[in-house]
Design a protein around this ligand. Structure first.
Ligand code: SF4
Length: 318
């Protein structure tokens, strides 16, 4: 059997974490330029850059979620980031392993993730712990404080050592496919012998669409929660304050006029409108059902029936 060497003849944390589940996927990723979809990569990069700026450049923690700040080490404990290299040797094979963890202290490796949890994140953390010889690891999620996970060296199932790494590499070289939770987002599932001919193209497309949909929904939730919702809250607060100011100014300046103030023009004019009288007592539903949109009074219909003409000061600002 001819064994084709992949373009990347070393193992990184991400490829190891995926290849430990499926050698064929590991082989594919070892020939790819980038291992993760662009959008996920972009978003993760923004979040990681924020943390780097905080720790390496001493910048403010603006936009870093509170649970992340609380779970991260003190600035003084952080070791400057760099790429680490280590050789794994087993059964007469030697392989170079490399990786740059997100954050390190004297005894702990930290890995930060955007999106939701996947088991390969734990394998990735375990790989870093082996690479850097740290007894503890911590996984933290930007959008999910409840998913924080601590790993201790030698924990059952997530053990990484030279034997495990070399066996994983051999599976990559042999292109050994193995069904797992990674299949749904696997970029080669349509050609994979595990699925080719055993599922229709449409079914595989549906799995792919579903996986992409979940990814986009997570991203949307992230932007809503971290950026849009806070902006909307601020906007509502400002609109409320603005309305209060207009009422106050109109009361204090009832005569129409223009005021040039600080580079803007505030115009006060009178607007004729029809409103319900201040002392209006609505008839009951039994008396006048047509002005109700049960169970509430239909204000529009009630105003048409009982409204009076009033002149109100209106304020515009340009
Ligand atoms: S579809 Fe599943 S079994 Fe096939 S290569 Fe991808 S992860 Fe491996």
């Amino acid at each position: 059997m001819e064994i084709l060497l992949p373009k990347k003849d070393y193992l990184s944390a991400t490829r190891f974490a995926k290849a430990i589940n499926c050698g064929l996927l590991g082989y594919h990723l070892s020939n790819e330029k980038l291992n993760i979809p662009d959008k996920v990569f972009e978003r993760g990069k923004i979040l990681h850059d924020m943390i780097d700026s905080y720790f390496q450049l001493g910048q403010d923690a603006f936009n870093i979620p509170k649970h992340m700040l609380e779970g991260m080490p003190d600035r003084k404990e952080v070791i400057p980031n760099r790429e680490y290299t280590k050789l794994a040797t087993y059964n007469n094979r030697t392989l170079k392993c490399i990786g740059t963890p997100d954050l390190t202290t004297s005894d702990k490796v930290y890995e930060f993730k955007s999106g939701s949890h996947s088991e390969w994140h734990i394998w990735q953390l375990a790989f870093y712990m082996w690479l850097m010889e740290k007894p503890y690891g911590k996984l933290m999620y930007f959008d999910h404080p409840e998913l924080s996970f601590e790993l201790k060296e030698g924990r059952e199932k997530y053990i990484v050592n030279e034997e495990v790494i070399i066996k994983c590499w051999v599976n990559i070289l042999l292109n050994t496919p193995s069904r797992s939770y990674l299949c749904s987002s696997c970029p080669i599932k349509k050609t994979c012998p595990e699925w080719k001919g055993k599922a229709s193209e449409e079914m595989l497309d549906l799995v792919e669409m579903n996986s992409k949909k979940k990814e986009l929904e997570e991203m949307k939730d992230h932007y809503m929660n971290n950026f849009l919702n806070p902006i909307n809250e601020q906007l509502s607060e400002i609109k409320k304050k603005e309305a209060e100011l207009r009422i106050k100014i109109a009361k204090e300046n009832p005569t129409p006029n223009n005021y040039d103030i600080a580079g803007a023009t505030i115009s006060i004019s009178k607007r004729k409108t029809i409103e319900l009288p201040e002392d209006f007592v609505p008839p009951s539903y039994e008396q006048m059902p047509d002005i109700y949109k049960q169970p509430e009074l239909d204000k529009k219909k009630a105003t048409e029936r009982f409204g009076i003409k009033v002149e109100k000061p209106t304020i515009t600002i340009r």
